[in-house]
Design a binder for this molecule. Sequence first.
Ligand code: SAH
Length: 448
Amino acid sequence: MKNDILELEITDITPEGFGVGRSDGKVYFVADTAIGDVAKCLVLKELKSHAFAKLLELVKPSKARTEPQCPVAKKCGGCSLQHILYSAEAELKQNFVKQSFARIGNMDILVNPTEIGAESKYRNKVQYPFGKGENGECVFGYYAKRSHRIIPHEQCLLQDNVFTQIGACCAEIANKSFLKPYDEATGKGVLRHIVMRKNRKGDILVCLVVTENHKKLLPLAEKLKAKFDCITGIHININKRRDNVIFGTETICLLGDKVLQDTLCGKTFNISPTAFYQVNAEMAQRLYQKGKSLVSDKKGKVILDLYCGAGTIGICLANSEDKLCGVEIIESAVINAKENAIINGRSEENTLFVCGDAAIGVAECKKRFGDPYTIIVDPPRKGLDKEVIQTVAEASPKEILYISCDHATLARDCAIFKEYGYTTCEATPFDLFPRTGHVETIVCLRKQ
Ligand code: SAH
């Protein structure tokens, strides 16, 4: 019952970072705990099937515990696993994937140990919201847990400090020029977000999400560029909507480069501010190498890359003789993918990138190149629509390479593919997001 004090042994952790303990057949979720903790907990909220409790005192601390390194660990909504040793986190993520396949997919498959990389400074992209400080001034930061309250930002361990310095400099220039931050409640103000992306050389492309192309934005961009040599281009993206979606549809390059160039697996990629690009390039490269090792290296095969973004996976995996068809819904990413095919020496004859829904992919591919031999899918968190699964399975490819940022929808979809005769051999988690509850997973499905 609410306000009861219980002693719980923590036996599991959820991806949101809640420890799981059981008492009298009821499941309790307790923040800031680790597997192996025995803790005195105060019941905060009791529901029919489960309850939430607060850690009062550690009776016996787990060996997997560590002191969070970040000064705002408790307030910020970003890293949910900072209080756990990274080695334990890697094991936990392997278990998340195992549990999804067992519980959701009803499949007993081999899940390899999590592939791990750098624990800090791995993010190449940040998107800070702007907001009003105590005195109405422009501030930037990250949202507090489950809220849109901005925690003013000094440092984030997951990313290079230069992002914070650019954010702070931008807020300072905005304040001096009386350029107002956007106010969610009234819809007034100009500056909504600052989105920045850094390549492996250290170049940074900045995109200011704004409500209008205000005359003070170009002088702001010029001042910002003059302060930071690493900035290679500054864009604005105009978003007048009142919802939570960050980008609007129109992007204008105010100065410098139109795209950021980065290299992965020895290939070069142009990335626009609004195109998707993996936030952890080092680990993305290893993920793509793994993908290449899982699919056939038969030359001249037809590859269909669904949800292809800027074409990165398909271009990294395809041999020059292969026919490559990519499908992606964001137009700026498709433009990048077409350029990227050319930059990396792919012939026009063997390459097709189409802007549209993944559901049209198989038909587009067949029309130009015939039946796909390999289909790659890399959908957003919600996974594949039934219609996409059906068109993919009915195209009867030899292999389906599925890369997923949500193991629950991955397991669900692999179970549906099983009904079409596709077996999931093994899964490998790749930790593209250390210290957070997220993990990327790669599997290859084959027809029996
Ligand atoms: N494979 C790419 C991008 C993966 S992220 C990479 O590794 O970089 C998922 C991509 O799917 C995003 O680029 C997103 O814009 C795109 N997308 C989302 N919904 C889609 C849909 N219904 N049809 C096609 N692409 C979609």
